[in-house]
Design a protein around this ligand. Structure first.
Ligand SMILES: [Zn+2]
Ligand SMILES: [Zn+2]
Length: 246
């Protein structure tokens, strides 16, 4: 068993608020320079940049998990993470079906570009990606788990676009795999203020929108190898795998 560093919340140039320097190549090179073993690519309401980043990361020995930071109908941000191309494609179809067609205004919100491994722009995404999907958090959770993914409400104690800011609490019937807390939050204080939580597994990630933020905050896991399946076990505390620290 070894320890691995994972940053499971990273935006790219595809997110309107993601810096133009957040290109696939820059992301993997920065992760390598900062000794991050596993990264998850979580653009707002899009999984599209996962494959190109996984391809670029492979020669560097970095594991890439597919994902998206979905905005639910309640306007709570949730990390939805996947392992395989098939899972990612099916979840992308679900997003496409439920994302309002309201167009992006690049001057106001920023560009939403899909690029290739050479940082060349392939096309722009028309609908504004930061809008809430037309489906609620429970529907999204069931869809993610139905596909075999991980469902992790993002920055739950942040004062905007979080479960606690939008609903006032973590719903007791919500089946989540972990809660992401804000980088500066003291986990013991968070748990004592939220002692009702059914699942107390907490993680931290960078939520990087700029290269300098990537890997600044991460979580260490004890696992046999840096894979999605091992991460699932670590979050459940199975077979000696565990979330160690952040
Ligand atoms: Zn967010
Ligand atoms: Zn984010």
């Amino acid at each position: 068993m070894q320890t691995y560093r994972a940053d499971l919340h990273i935006h790219t140039v595809l997110s309107p608020c993601g810096d133009l320097d957040m290109s696939p190549r820059n992301i993997v090179e920065t992760a390598k320079a900062r000794n991050i073993d596993i990264i998850a690519i979580t653009d707002h309401n899009s999984t599209l940049h996962g494959p190109v980043i996984r391809k670029l990361a492979k020669p560097l020995g970095i594991s890439v998990i597919y994902g998206a930071e979905v905005t639910t109908r309640e306007e709570a941000h949730c990390l939805c993470l996947f392992d395989t191309d098939e899972q990612r494609e099916k979840f992308q179809e679900y997003i496409n079906l439920n994302l309002p067609s309201f167009p992006n205004d690049p001057q106001r919100f920023g560009y939403q570009v899909v690029v290739n491994e050479d940082d060349e722009i392939l096309y722009e995404i028309e609908p504004l990606l930061i809008n809430g999907l037309s489906v609620g958090i429970n529907d999204i959770e069931k869809t993610v788990h139905g596909l075999g993914g991980l469902f992790i409400p993002a920055h739950v104690d942040r004062p905007r676009y979080s479960l606690i800011s939008q609903l006032g609490f973590v719903p007791p019937d919500l089946n989540y795999d972990a809660l992401e807390i804000f980088g500066k939050t003291n986990p013991a204080n968070f748990l004592s203020a939220n002692s009702y939580l059914k699942n107390p597994v907490l993680i931290k990630n960078s939520d990087a929108h700029f290269l300098e933020q990537l890997g600044e905050t991460f979580t260490t896991y004890r696992m046999a190898e840096p894979t999605f399946d091992e991460l699932v076990k670590a979050l459940k505390g199975e077979d000696g795998r565990q979330v160690l620290s952040f």
